[in-house]
Design a protein around this ligand. Structure first.
Ligand code: ATR
Length: 269
């Protein structure tokens, strides 16, 4: 039996175990998916220990995505993003990947949204914002990054091909954009908050909210009211997990089964 898992702190309510275990069951993979919650100072020991114990793969979440970068051999995309969310121990040494980026592009593709040639606005310049900005630029979009702390957006824009960045006034570009990603925590457990004023939303926009608690954020509700295509945060969570499953096992992921398990977990939480 193989052991996979999630390392983060906290990881108590994670939806990843039911999502991945549903995939193992559907594909006949003999594996379990468990959560690990080390102290921040123990992350290097945790990764070395997992390697020594023969753990097959780990997902990595807050607050460890950046810390892990120097503990593994990152692929070029993870290196550019500056964050690792998936480790594969299968090749004898820990290799690091960032499947959050594929989670963003696959979520839009799943909803029929064309990213090549699109004008995109990303709100947020933290870990999720970095993954979204690189993912969209690599898919052929022109990316504008809006962040509360303008300097972080400007710094990110300087390394993402063709991107621009600035403070929240950059949100005015949403009016002419095709694609919008919320990669901030605004709206999480706060149904009255939104990162983007409703006046900027319009019918030619596709909006992905990385927040998935609640699934219908104020941003997505107002985007739907404006006639936009809406993509909730569970799609990004699902499709980063799909990408990790495929990387680890080499199999096509049972996407519908994983989606059902994930949404069942989120609606019970
Ligand atoms: P993650 O890894 O999930 O992206 P993070 O690195 O802590 O988390 O980044 C959080 C993002 O949400 C940042 O872009 C942050 O803006 P700052 O860089 O200015 O801190 C943004 N954010 C958090 N709370 C916010 C708020 N109330 N209004 C606007 N942006 C907010």
């Amino acid at each position: 039996m193989q052991v996979y898992g999630l390392v983060g702190n906290p990881v108590g309510h994670s939806a990843s175990p039911p999502m991945h275990e549903a995939a193992y069951e559907a594909t006949g993979v003999d594996a379990r998916y468990v959560t690990f919650e080390p102290e921040r100072s123990a992350i290097a020991d945790a990764i070395a220990g997992a390697d020594a114990l023969g753990v097959a793969g780990l997902n990595v979440t807050i607050p460890f995505k950046r810390d892990v970068l120097e503990l593994v051999d990152p692929d070029p995309l993870a290196e550019r993003i500056g964050a690792v969310n998936t480790i594969d121990f299968g090749t004898g040494k820990p290799n690091g990947y960032n499947t959050d980026a594929a989670g963003v592009t696959r979520a839009f593709e799943h909803h029929g949204v064309e990213l090549d040639g699109a004008d995109a606005v990303v709100v947020g310049a933290g870990g999720a914002g970095r993954a979204a900005a690189f993912a969209l630029a690599d898919a052929g979009s022109t990316v504008h990054i809006a962040n509360r702390t303008a300097a972080k957006a400007e710094e990110l824009a300087s390394v993402v091909p063709g991107a621009t960045g600035g403070g929240l006034e950059t949100l005015e570009r949403v009016g002419d954009a095709d694609v919008l990603v919320n990669a901030t925590s605004v709206g999480m457990e706060a149904p009255t908050e939104t990162p983007v004023p409703a006046a900027h939303l319009h019918a030619d926009l596709a909006v992905l909210d990385a927040v998935y608690t609640p699934l219908e954020t104020r941003l997505l509700r107002e985007a739907a009211d404006a006639g936009a295509v809406t993509v909730d945060g569970a799609w990004m969570l699902l499709l980063q997990g799909v990408e990790a499953f495929e990387l680890w096992t080499g199999l096509d992921a049972p996407v519908d089964v994983m989606n059902e398990a994930l949404r069942a977990h989120l609606s019970n939480d």
